[in-house]
Design a binder for this molecule. Structure first.
Ligand code: TRP
Length: 499
């Protein structure tokens, strides 16, 4: 790849190198864009985070809230990001000033880069756990001969905890660095065709493997308990004993929806800046959202029957996948093989996401601060390693550092705290600003709608609905989340909290 190439990793015509007038590259096909954006969206958020959040927040009722947020808040926010990106045709910091020159909107782009950095510090350790599990499976380090389901549950709980706690400090740190180094390597060498192939062949393979696993899961003893937990909403779980509403569940659902769709950090905005002017952005957003949501729901169906069959705790937290999935595989025929393949593919899915988290930061250093690609990549790599190590060693409540930032009774492990900051403070704020930019960024409603519809298309009724959702429901929803997570809402509307 050329030193100055800032193209996202898929199907691009790199015209910039041949054209005298430095025409921007763009996705060669609609499929290329959908794959790249879906590659960014589908990752640990779907397979690791969604199941454990679902387990901690009451199952089906959480899923309902999650789906509501996807449709009414995140989809509008995604189309908004796409629209800003394609209209401005530039990076996420500059994009705002192309449309609204001289205004400070671009700060939102910088905040997006910061939250991307924070996410990397906890995302890479988790990706490391997945890679380590794959390697352990492959090398036969899990010995479950003669164990029944419950014994396996206990065994993998222990194995999983070993992997994620500071007890063997070098181990999680080592795997985290492996993930970070691979990401940086890909970004530096720009093996675009490799990433492209990963999205095109390996992701569908992961999808197929998940379907096989679901098939197996549904024949297990925990099947009906698992499905009930996932799909039969229990509305009472939304309320505390004193009748007050549990905002935390709504917060969790919305945060998860934003995170899973890679929103509010400029990643999707950047991708969209390379989309052909004729594409209908609403349709593209719909496809990506559909794929991402399917993968999350599939992960739930894959995991929860096993959780119940093994008597594991659905609210086990970030270790849930590690405590249950290996056991499911080892009960299946060809389990070692299937398990290895699954964890390695999941690692690939995670890396397609870490790349799209890291690339914008590197690009910004290159463009904004005039640093060359190699030193820029190394700087970001060293930065995420330095911040990642304490985060990695604080994955459990017994870990190195705990912070009490959410006003809860117990301080959060640093890993959760960083996640909280990115997901519940910076993401809602970022999304709020993006939606407000659609409303009052200084461009006309007609321009926004035409951009979203694409050249040569007339904006339909659904798009008009989108516009109003993006400037009403979506910003209100994100503000509520922000009000809750900063504690402001509790002060201005104590009655909501039953006080
Ligand atoms: N959506 C990704 C996942 O589900 C994680 C993610 C969050 C992300 N924000 C992002 C990826 C921004 C790329 C860019 O795993």
């Amino acid at each position: 790849m050329a030193e100055d190439s800032h193209l996202p990793h898929a199907h691009l015509h790199d015209q910039a190198q041949t054209d005298e007038f430095h025409v921007r590259g763009k996705f060669a096909s609609r499929m290329g864009f959908v794959l790249a954006a879906a590659g960014s969206a589908v990752g640990l958020g779907n397979v690791w985070k969604f199941p454990y959040m679902c387990g901690q927040n009451g199952g089906a009722i959480f899923i309902l809230i999650y789906l509501f947020c996807i449709v009414f808040i995140c989809l509008p926010a995604m189309i908004a990001e796409f629209t800003i990106g394609r209209h401005s045709q530039t990076d996420q910091v500059t994009a705002y000033s192309v449309i609204a020159p001289g205004k400070p909107w671009g700060l939102n782009g910088l905040m997006g880069l910061t939250s991307g950095f924070l996410i990397l510090t906890f995302y890479c350790p988790v990706a490391g756990w997945m890679l380590a599990s794959g390697v352990k499976m492959a090398t036969g380090q899990y010995d479950t001969e003669g164990m029944d389901a419950a014994q396996m549950g206990a065994y993998f709980q222990e194995q999983g905890l070993n992997l994620i706690t500071a007890a063997n400090a070098w181990e999680p740190v080592f795997w985290m660095i492996v993930i970070m180094a691979i990401t940086a390597g890909v970004i530096f060498m720009g093996i675009e065709s490799g990433i492209e192939r990963a999205c095109k062949y390996l992701m569908p393979l992961l999808f197929i493997l998940m379907i096989i696993l679901i098939g197996f899961s549904l024949t297990r003893p925990g099947m009906s308990d698992g499905l009930t937990f996932l799909f039969k909403p229990d509305v009472t779980k939304l309320f505390n004993e004193n009748g007050s509403f549990k905002f935390d569940i709504v917060l969790a659902g919305m945060g998860q929806a934003f995170f899973s769709l890679s929103l509010a950090m400029g990643a999707m905005m950047t991708y969209a800046s390379y989309v052909d002017k004729k594409e209908h952005l609403g349709k593209l957003a719909l496809q990506i959202t559909f794929i991402d949501t399917m993968v999350a729901l599939m992960a739930g169906v894959m995991i929860f029957p096993a959780v119940f069959a093994m008597g594991a705790d659905p609210a086990a937290g970030p270790g849930l996948v590690l405590f249950t999935l290996p056991a499911v595989f080892l009960q299946m025929p060809l389990g070692h093989f299937g398990g290895t393949l699954f964890f390695l593919l999941l690692t690939v899915a995670a890396i397609t996401s870490t790349i799209s988290l890291m690339e914008p930061i590197v690009t910004w250093l290159i463009d904004g601060l005039n640093i060359k690609r190699l030193p820029a990549t190394i700087m970001v790599l060293l930065g995420i390693i330095a911040f990642g190590i304490p985060v990695c060693l604080s994955a459990t409540s017994g870990g190195l550092i705990s912070l009490n930032i959410a006003g809860g009774e117990t301080p959060m492990p640093l890993l959760d705290a960083v996640d909280y900051m990115a997901e519940f403070l910076m993401m809602p704020l970022g999304a709020f600003v993006i939606c407000m930019f659609i409303a009052i960024g200084g461009w006309k409603r007609r321009t926004v709608l035409q951009e979203a519809a694409g050249e040569g298309n007339t904006p339909g009724k659904l798009l008009v609905l989108w516009y109003y959702a993006a400037i009403t429901i979506a910003p209100i929803g994100t503000l509520l989340v922000l009000g809750h997570s900063t504690g402001v809402l509790r002060v201005i509307a104590p009655s909501l909290y039953g006080q």
